[in-house]
Design a protein around this ligand. Structure first.
Ligand code: ZN
Length: 687
């Protein structure tokens, strides 16, 4: 096919989403890969260790991928079809292979080292130096600097680890899928929310390939998947069924053909060996090399402070649910399978509102307008829907532009509504085009803001749950960091190059504004009457943030502390088992002793099959930072000038540099000190 006709081979403007068809993928990606491989060979064989000779050509190699591969991945998540998936799958291995080739290129690595020690270094700016340093760091962590024999060993371990991770997550999936229990008695469904009734009835018909079940009469099929498990534990009045379900949940993938226990041991051993090959004491030390947290001690200090503050409060929170259980007639002492149930009853008693009662006060257009107004008042940017026609993948999609005093800075697509079957769930932000200099001019960034709100019906707009509101703010925060950047190097522009444990700082910072009363009032109002959110609901909503906050904190600490210990001081070749480590920590973080069946580690995919190994702490780390930053705005106490001044500084410190400066430096520039856990603890009423 002539390249002129293939929309994936266009390399200017915005990708032509409205023209891309699955059959374009193979030819376009093949061509792009061929060019890229040739380009790489050229760079490697005529190595010129200068910015213009090495870094610029490497950066420019990204452009064809931005147009040929980026849109395909985006369409896969918003307009998925079997044809698209098949074409994507066909090309994926080659794209991965190219990424590996580039990331593990020894000539390039040597070129980077020569640049770092060469005459040009002093004339490079801070962002450029960071680009080089990050590339060296990543190449080192990919084993590029090792001598031949060790490098082979390193690659053998890496391949084995990736196979083990796949096996691990397949075992979790399969054992989750293998479990069910069928409920036939209507009486046993008493108190269930309507969602659970519908889902479990659908699940029955789907699995048994019948239409025997109806939501009203059953049978109902309960599984270990979160959308059923969580409401079941919160609402089922049948205690022994809650017990059965929870025990099955915590013992997933812990026996028989799907046993993850030996895999855990082997993964920990191989990670430890891999770290040692690169000269690190432990895998945790290696993991932190590419993160903001300076060392394991700093992470442990944070754990310790959060733990000490939360532990006493968690005992009080436990007492409260013990009391309500007793008052409402439970004779047996409280067990693990009771806590979700009774905390839900306590929540109902204390707050007396449901998600569904709140929705009419959060019509999507109102929330959006309020969120844009917040961006305007904090960061001085104006967001407008544009008349300009941008290529779209669906008629519901809206294209916005971001301006500063009339000057265009960026643009984004909002794809707000759910489309079951073709669009993935949840909300997420994605980058379409990075900010770059092309032909001497800045090409402005373009991003995606995706959500799954219920589409409008007739004249009723889409109505959001409060959780959907905070998620939208969260993703918009990521988007602002990607769009307000002023950095032109694609490796460190916007969110690129930001350390893993600092990526969530801006997003969580923005989320906190949903609990800021004046903002909460601007983003809400009854869709029919325009009536503001009643004061009592406002109060309750703000209160829910601290409901059982200590228990929630300790739960996250249990995971984070276990992860960190297993990857640092734990000896994977020794006698102690990972389960003993988890049990020891679990005794500190829980009021109830651990269940004998608890083999939760066997399903802890975040650390054994995902990117969170020696990194689970990142959730809390980023939360500490965002709470700390937000506290400065709280102190401004809504004085308009002061908030504007702080917002402007936040924009200059966190949003404009993107990934071009170490996050700890940015943080200290803004705060004038190191991060502290105090603000997070205060905001959660834990001190
Ligand atoms: Zn996020």
């Amino acid at each position: 096919m002539a390249s002129a006709q293939n929309p994936l081979l266009a390399r200017t403007g915005i990708p032509k989403f409205d023209e891309i068809k699955p059959h374009h993928i193979g030819p376009a990606v093949t061509q792009v890969l061929q060019e890229a491989n040739n380009g790489l060979t050229q760079i490697e064989s005529n190595l010129s260790p200068t910015w213009e000779g090495l870094i610029r050509p490497l950066e420019e190699m990204g452009i064809p991928f931005e147009y040929a591969w980026g849109p395909v991945q985006h369409l896969l998540s918003v307009n998925n079809t079997n044809e698209l998936r098949a074409e994507h799958e066909k090309m994926l291995p080659q794209v991965i292979e190219f990424g590996l080739r580039m990331g593990q290129s020894k000539p390039i690595y040597e070129g980077l080292l020569a640049m770092r020690d060469g005459p040009e270094w002093d004339s490079l700016n801070e962002s450029q130096r960071r680009v080089i340093n990050l590339k060296i760091r990543d190449a080192k962590l990919a084993g590029v600097g090792l001598p031949q024999d060790k490098r082979e060993e390193f690659n053998r371990i890496t391949t084995k680890l990736s196979k083990l991770a796949t096996d691990f997550s397949n075992n979790v999936l399969d054992s989750t899928k293998a479990y069910e229990f069928i409920i036939k008695s209507k009486a046993e469904t008493e108190g269930w929310p309507i969602n659970l009734v519908q889902l479990s009835s659908q699940s029955y018909n789907h699995e048994k390939k019948t239409d025997e079940s109806s939501p009203e009469t059953g049978p109902w099929r309960i599984t270990l998947e979160a959308p059923m498990l969580i409401p079941f534990l919160r609402h089922s009045k049948v205690r022994h069924q809650r017990e059965k379900l929870l025990k099955a949940y915590v013992s997933r993938a812990d026996s028989g053909d799907l046993d993850n226990k030996p895999l855990i041991r082997e993964i920990l051993q191989l990670r430890s060996e891999k770290a040692k090959l690169l000269g690190y004491e432990s895998f945790a030390e290696m993991s932190l090399e590419a993160k903001m947290a300076p060392d394991v001690e700093a992470v442990q200090r944070m754990f310790h402070e959060l733990f000490e503050a939360s532990k006493p409060k968690s005992l009080v929170e436990f007492k409260e649910i013990e009391e309500i259980a007793e008052n409402m007639g439970q004779k047996e002492s409280l067990k693990h399978w009771d806590t979700a149930f009774w905390s839900e009853r306590l929540k109902e008693e204390r707050f007396r509102f449901t998600d569904d009662q709140l929705r009419p006060y959060f019509p999507f257009p109102k929330v959006l307008e309020g969120m844009f107004r917040l961006a305007e008042s904090l960061f001085g940017v104006e967001i407008k829907e544009t008349e300009e026609t941008a290529p779209k993948w669906h008629p519901d999609v809206i294209y916005y532009k971001v301006y500063d005093k009339g000057q265009e800075l960026a643009s984004f697509y909002l794809d707000a509504y759910s489309r079951p079957g073709t669009k993935r769930g949840g909300a997420w932000m994605g980058v379409c085009l990075d900010r770059r200099i092309i032909d001497g001019k800045a090409r402005l960034p373009v991003t995606y803001l995706n959500a799954n709100a219920t589409p409008p019906i007739g004249d009723r707009p889409s109505l959001l749950s409060f959780n959907e509101v905070t998620t939208l703010f969260h993703e918009f925060g990521h988007g602002l960091q990607a769009m307000l950047t002023t950095v032109d190097y694609s490796d460190v522009t916007g969110i690129n190059g930001v350390e893993w444990d600092a990526v969530e700082v801006v997003s969580q910072f923005l989320e906190l504004w949903c609990y800021h009363e004046p903002t909460l009032r601007t983003i809400s109002g009854h869709w029919e009457t325009g009536e503001p959110l009643p004061d009592e609901l406002v109060r309750n909503l703000l209160e829910t943030k601290i409901f059982r906050a200590a228990t929630a904190m300790l739960r996250q600490l249990e995971f984070g502390m276990t992860d960190m210990e297993l990857h640092s001081v734990f000896n994977p070749f020794g006698d102690e088992t990972p389960f003993q480590v988890h049990e020891r920590i679990s005794r500190q973080t829980n009021v109830l002793p651990p269940m004998e069946e608890d083999h939760f580690l066997c399903a802890f995919g975040h650390i054994f099959a995902g990117g969170y190994a020696a990194g689970y702490y990142s959730y809390k780390w980023a939360e500490v930072l965002s709470a700390d930053l937000y506290s400065v705005f709280q102190e401004a106490n809504d004085r308009e000038d002061e908030v504007k001044r702080l917002g402007q500084r936040f924009r200059e410190t966190f949003l404009e540099p993107g990934g071009s400066v170490e996050p700890m430096k940015l943080f200290k520039d803004f705060m004038g000190r190191e991060p502290s856990t105090e603000a997070l603890l205060k905001q959660n009423n834990l001190i």
